[in-house]
Design a protein around this ligand. Structure first.
Ligand SMILES: [Zn+2]
Length: 243
């Protein structure tokens, strides 16, 4: 192999390494090839409830009150550092009210080209902000848009974070979403071991879409209750450790 061919091979391998993990966004692949990263828990009676894109003073307090009103349901909140630095008291309140805080990124941007230094800087910055401002060390990382490329995945691992996506969603980010539509979309996936993705902020979604999320919560909770499924945070979800 001459130098040019070797360079191309290395470049191709690097590109594959960067792009290949993004394939776990596909539901079938997520279930079969990346069960751990999908957040498929081992407890058949538990559904992990997760919220992305906050904390948002306009919407997150309503979500917190709704969860309290549903018998004290607790969840995992994947925070954006850029949101948290504007609402540190709300980040702290999440922890004080018994919820789990996790890392979503500093900005909400999709990264399709390798930038490992920037990836590490952003994931570290967010991890430190969550730890300092919320008063709890995060254990989970979920990339914006669920695009888990190699750079952020390796950055998260180096910081002691476990990457986790989801197995079910309610498409609560759309302008057409209603409480009923979010519930109907999520319902087929609400089985034991599922990880449900919702949003407690419309920061990257259609304006006021969080209201649909809010309206769906009692429906989702009732569904789980009738099937003896407990809604809770990822820390209680028995996600298998990598072997
Ligand atoms: Zn997000």
């Amino acid at each position: 192999m001459n130098t040019a061919t070797r360079a191309l091979t290395v470049a191709a391998a690097a590109e594959f390494a960067h792009l290949a993990p993004a394939a776990v966004r596909l539901p079938v692949l997520r279930r079969t090839l990346a069960r751990r990263t999908a957040g498929l828990g081992a407890d058949p009676h538990h559904v992990a409830l997760t919220f992305d894109d906050g904390p948002d003073p306009r919407s997150t307090p309503y979500v917190l009150d709704a969860l309290d009103g549903l018998g004290g349901v607790r969840a995992t909140f994947f925070l954006l550092g850029s949101m948290l630095e504007r609402a540190p008291a709300l980040g702290r309140e999440l922890v004080l009210r018994g919820h789990e805080v996790a890392v979503h990124g500093w900005y909400h941007r999709q990264q399709w080209y390798p930038a490992p230094v920037r990836d590490l800087r952003e994931v570290r910055r967010t991890t430190e902000a969550v730890t300092e401002l919320c008063g709890a060390r995060p254990h989970w990382y979920r990339p914006p848009y669920g695009v888990l490329t190699a750079g952020p995945a390796l950055a998260a691992r180096s910081l002691g974070l476990r990457s986790v996506l989801w197995t079910a969603w309610g498409r609560d980010w759309t302008a057409e979403a209603t409480g009923a539509s979010v519930y109907a979309t999520a319902r087929p996936g609400l089985t034991g071991g599922a990880t449900l993705l919702l949003h407690d902020s419309d920061r990257t979604s259609a304006p006021d879409s969080w209201r649909a999320t809010l309206a769906a919560l009692p429906l989702i909770a009732a569904h789980c209750r009738t099937r003896a499924l407990t809604l809770g945070p990822l820390r209680d979800h028995a996600v298998p450790w990598p072997s």
